[in-house]
Design a protein around this ligand. Structure first.
Ligand code: AMP
Length: 549
């Protein structure tokens, strides 16, 4: 017997309809490429999204087809948000491209996705000028600018201004109803090796993820929040915030291209941001701006930090110096991206602060909808004792089943019940309370004398030293031990620490055999397109390095 409740497909257009009707006056504030601060409301955004949908219906001969890809190269801002809904809501697929990728890779991705339209911010005009001749499928090029700001002689045939393109479109549009499993958006993985592969998010997965992200022990987003996603809309949909903010009616604050510490800090203050989300490198820049001037926050309450391991010193600084709660989160492109968050349970509240800190440092416990387990090389499940580490596998309704065009074959590992699990490529422990802790990417683990050393642990200790701005631990080949760790360090400006002092700093903080063999000081550690340290590149840079004998 079936239940007798109404059946409605879960479509992203319902999020913007809801926001317009119930939170129509909630604000969306954007720092623009033009340099000014733009502000309007969810009601305005909903109208302009419908204009986008109408414009797409009329694009070219007969309009853009269902499931056609519309690519974006754009910062976080209101126009990008209109595209999320106008494109996805009308049944096409928003393909957000990471502008920090190499132009050849951008062109490769556009061809692979078979993008029909590219819509981009003025910042990326030089990039588009480089790639447009290689893009074989794009028929329409649209610049996110006012009608009178379209530059002449760009060399891009038929380039349109976004504002001119939508200006005369009707603000009425009936969002089509279709299968909730249809694709809504797509994002290519960072692809540090080989060609990137695309995750194709469905309407259903995006709406379910938005519900889950809003829960109190996840992002706890509400109509009383002012939310700043520093995490880019071009990487995994800014952790789903463009969908969970309209679901909750939260005010949205978009940083545009100004991601330096000063700009982000000033935006938090001027827009009374209560809640911010970003990768550790962004917060590092902001704290470095705030510390010397002894600046404080007047509104910020919580920040979600993820994308790579959040150093304990950063959690400590946010909490103790600024009274801001840090929610350490873990996820990946293939997971929409949220998997776990480290929010305390009731039993942790009575623990001393340093014990609580140990819990907060972990990548956290699973959100309902995500099931996880750790397995050994034979695929056998390992215990949740907080010590045993293994390969981390996940499953759930917003986790990838297959890459776009079936690239790489079937990515899943099947259990004895025939259920498919996605291998994350991370190595982790899970404790008895269900808190997962990443020890490493499987390819970054250092194997020394048959034992594993977590590069993240070694980096975290170095980052706790007051003179260290950034640290990367990598394994170097060793004739006896296979590999030994070294730590590559960028010092804070005007700070000094010697190799001997830093190695002495490790004493008592980790097992003796895990202490790195050497410290290499560098001016900068290579950072990839999504703000993560590029250890592959670092290894290339240190190709001639010899361990001290
Ligand atoms: P991406 O798909 O580019 O977002 O990268 C996903 C990968 O980033 C994960 O598989 C992890 O290796 C890493 N990652 C994400 N969040 C964290 C975190 N909080 N701590 C450690 N690694 C993380």
């Amino acid at each position: 017997m079936l239940g007798l409740m109404q059946s409605q497909p879960l479509l992203t257009s319902s999020l913007i309809d809801f926001a317009e009707r119930h939170h129509g006056d909630a604000e969306i504030v954007s720092r623009r490429v033009e340099g000014d601060l733009h502000r309007y409301t969810y009601a305005d955004m909903a109208k302009r999204s419908r204009q986008v949908a109408n414009a797409l219906d009329k694009l070219g001969e007969g309009g853009l087809a269902f499931s056609d890809r519309v690519a974006t190269l754009a910062w976080n801002g209101y126009r990008h948000m209109e595209l999320y809904f106008g494109v996805g809501g009308s049944g096409r697929v928003v393909h957000t491209i990471n502008p920090r990728l190499h132009p050849d890779q951008v062109a490769w991705i556009m061809n692979h996705a078979e993008d029909q339209v590219l819509i981009f911010d003025a910042t990326f005009l030089p990039l588009v000028q480089k790639v447009h001749a290689q893009a074989q499928t794009v028929k329409h090029w649209i610049l996110l600018c006012d009608a009178d700001k379209l530059p002449a002689d760009t060399g891009i045939p038929g380039l349109l201004s976004y504002e001119a393109w939508i200006a005369n479109q009707s603000t009425d549009y009936e969002w089509p109803q279709f299968d909730e499993n249809s694709a809504a958006s797509m994002c290519y993985t960072s692809g540090t090796t080989g060609n990137p592969k695309a995750a194709l998010y469905s309407h259903r997965s995006s709406v379910l993820h938005a519900y889950a992200a809003s829960l109190p022990d996840v992002m706890a987003m509400s109509a009383r929040d002012s939310v700043l996603p520093v995490v880019p809309m071009f990487h995994v949909n800014a952790w789903g915030i463009p969908y969970s903010a309209p679901l909750t009616g939260a005010k949205l604050v978009f940083p545009g291209p100004a991601l330096d510490g000063k700009s982000v800090y000033e935006l938090i203050e001027s827009e009374q941001v209560t809640y911010a989300a970003g990768v550790p490198t962004v917060w590092q820049m902001m704290l470095s701006h705030m510390q010397p001037a002894q600046l404080k926050f007047s509104s910020l309450k919580r920040t979600v930090i993820g994308g790579s391991a959040c150093p304990p010193a950063m959690i400590h600084s946010f909490q103790e110096d600024y009274g801001v709660e840090v929610l350490h989160a873990w996820g990946m492109t293939e997971m929409s991206p949220l998997g776990t968050l480290s929010t305390l349970k009731n039993k942790h509240l009575s623990l001393p602060k340093d014990e609580q800190m140990k819990v907060r440092l972990k990548q956290g416990r699973a959100i309902f909808g995500v099931d996880m387990k750790i397995v050994n090389d034979e695929g056998k499940e390992l215990p949740w004792d907080g010590k045993t580490y293994g390969d981390l596998l996940v499953r759930g309704p917003w986790i990838l089943a297959e890459y776009f065009k079936g690239e790489g074959g079937d990515p899943l590992q099947y259990d004895d019940k025939g259920r498919g699990w996605f291998p994350t490529g991370d190595v982790a422990t899970i404790d008895a309370d269900g808190f997962m802790q990443i020890t490493d990417r499987s390819k970054d683990v250092i194997k020394s004398g048959g034992e594993w050393i977590s590069s993240i642990d070694i980096e975290n200790i170095a980052m706790g030293h007051p003179a260290v701005a950034m640290a990367a631990c990598i394994g170097m080949p060793h004739p006896k031990w296979d590999e030994r760790p070294i730590v590559v360090v960028v010092k804070k400006p005007n700070a000094s620490v010697s190799k001997e002092e830093l190695l002495a700093f490790y004493q008592g903080k980790t097992a003796k055999w895990q202490i790195p063999d050497d410290v290499v000081f560098v001016d900068a550690i290579p950072i990839g397109a999504t703000g993560k340290m590029l250890k592959t590149k670092l290894r290339e840079q240190l190709i001639d390095y010899q361990l001290p004998s």
